[in-house]
Design a protein around this ligand. Sequence first.
Ligand code: SAH
Length: 374
Amino acid sequence: MSAALADLIRAEIAKAGPMGLARYMDLCLAHPEHGYYRTRDPLGALGDFTTAPEISQIFGELLGLWLVQVWLDQDRPERFALVELGSGRGTLMQDALRAARMVPGFADAAQLCLVETSPGLREAQAARLAGHQPSWLDRVEDLPDLPLLVIANEFFDALPIAQWQWQAQGQAAQWRERGIDLHEGQLIPVLTSAWPGADPIWRAPNAPQPGDVFETSPASSAVLSDLAQRIARRGGAALVIDYGYEEPESRGWTADTFQALQNHKPVSPLAEPGQADLTAHVNFSALARSASATRVAPVLSQGSLLRLLGAEARAAQLARSAPERAEEIAAGLHRLTHPDEMGLLFKAMALCAPAAPPLPAFEPAPLAPSGETS
Ligand code: SAH
């Protein structure tokens, strides 16, 4: 498998010259025959990584209730698309829909749309979500023209990025794209074309230093921009959770977050194309810029969001009803929320139409005018 994909990549480079990192990532992850996500279930102990919904049911339940609250706040649209980007094994959505049963009408109004590339994971999703008649889509462009309630956990980190490295050689100081070339039959990292046009990205006052890197993800921006325009027009909201960062306001910044994981361990991203999970941290500032059609709430850490949504109370309730699982439940809560675990590294960003009511947890509702109680 990997040999076949490596051969394809070598042939493309031999023909067309050095390949940008984004193209390399796209081939490794999404090649129809040999791509990483097309050929396996990467999740869980036997896979390459574990995700929040696989750690604790609390995650999907609370996010499900968040979606329900948005639906209530936006006057219960009688038909909407309940959308998940990259649904993994379907665990998050299964937990979300179970929790949503508390509010009659939500599930009946929802048309479940799963944007998913992996045939194997589509099967797992079908098994878990059979009662909800999901439809599967390859791309957000194919979503129905309805209000959208969108959830995306660890989706954007899997979309291709480009990297730009500052090269200072005499007069030719410039940002150049990182890519991959062939040297005696081996794939090697190289710098390729220069950043086109002016330098809109680097933030003063620090001057870039040789070797500094920044990342862009045109694929991520395109997906979020499309969703944002739909939400601005038809209503709904989107909740994006992922590991990532916000750009510092006041100084130059670098971020080289590209990584390859195989069997839960870092490996060289060029060693076995298609066999390792390739990811990058999500630039939430860049995502927010691409969603300018909407109102984007200030980013919360995953730990803060889950606590605001009642994670501790839910864990206590679960432990009371299953005392024999109390330790496992507490461990799951810790892993999801503690700052040394997923609590700080993972961030949550929510957006809605500019005039929509405040987003639960992200935008505290205005205080009632004095004299009124609520
Ligand atoms: N949200 C799930 C899975 C995260 S893993 C969870 O939290 O457990 C990333 C998911 O995105 C997988 O389901 C993967 O198959 C899917 N995916 C990756 N790239 C994709 C793409 N370009 N289009 C659609 N789905 C994609």
